[in-house]
Design a protein around this ligand. Sequence first.
Ligand code: SAH
Length: 371
Amino acid sequence: MTTPPLPGELVFEAPRRGKPAKHLMDLDLAARKEAFKELGLPGFRADQVSRQWLNRLSDNPEEWTDLPADARGTVKEALLPTLLTPVRTIACDEGQTVKTLWRLHDGALIESVLMRYPDRVTMCISSQAGCGMNCPFCATGQGGLQRNLSTAEIVEQVLAGARALERDEIAGGPGRVSNIVFMGMGEPLANYNAVIDSLHRINDPAPAGMGIGARGITVSTVGLVPRIRDLANEGMAVTLALSLHAPDDELRDTLVPINTRYPIAEVLDACWEYVDKTHRRLSIEYALIKGINDQAFRAEKLARLLEGELVHVNLIPLNPTPGSQWTASLPRDEAAFVRILRNRGVRVTVRDTRGREIDGACGQLAAATVE
Ligand code: SAH
């Protein structure tokens, strides 16, 4: 059950325009069977098509030799509209980081990024076209919210990457997607139902879903407190990442404006409840911005907030958006920040900045294309 909206929460609700056509991936397995019956096909065909689509990663019905040819055509026609059309694909890191800009049926643009590492493949996906959270350092935030993505529009980003990998189209040979991070465009918890459904498609075992382990899935949020509490009750132990960026409300009010509604103490309280219920370590994201949030006293304050908790801090060197006066912290300030946290026993790493040369972070490719 989702918490009912609080007074004023409609502010976060996306306009209901541009709804995409119904797609197989919008439906859970029971609803897929129902939809197949309405098409005059037996329910077990839904299992077969689901396995082809989600597990064999075949988006070409002609390959589905376990189904009669006319059934394949019927399903394709009724339930598999094209949702994502690639506009640009850009690679760097010797082809091991690939960013795709997609156009949706109504012209909205979103991005996804595939990042290949020696031990894993991570896909960074979008949950909304644009974003309504208005964080001043984030490229997506500057354009406002266009609309929520449907479940299928979220899932198809993952499947597109998974297909490309399986077909040996990514440098490094065929592979599988192991990790998913909701760190592309949008605030995932402001599109709660579609995000939860997409988590099921990604996490549930075949034929309901892709079977990617919850341990490899991260949902990143500005800190929508009621939705964090809802997520804790979904029974899916995905990793929660909180975009904190400041240890004091005065500064966080300016960097993450929703903080005026859900201040740090309340957000962390909800996060610790999430940790208690799921036994998963909380991730804290903290973009280091020169002269803004990278002082030693702020590192001390952050350490005091987090010490003794099941938590890991990811420091992200700021990726400056075009025209911004802000830049990444100096290396010595970054090093001091890390040291202060470590001295208090808080686990911390500095995130590597894959894809920076292709505007790989934070909505910049879409922003560049709109201009
Ligand atoms: N709305 C969600 C998820 C999308 S952003 C959230 O805010 O968590 C994923 C992460 O990238 C967030 O921590 C966000 O604050 C960070 N980010 C956005 N713009 C950035 C920039 N220019 N440089 C570094 N990190 C940035």
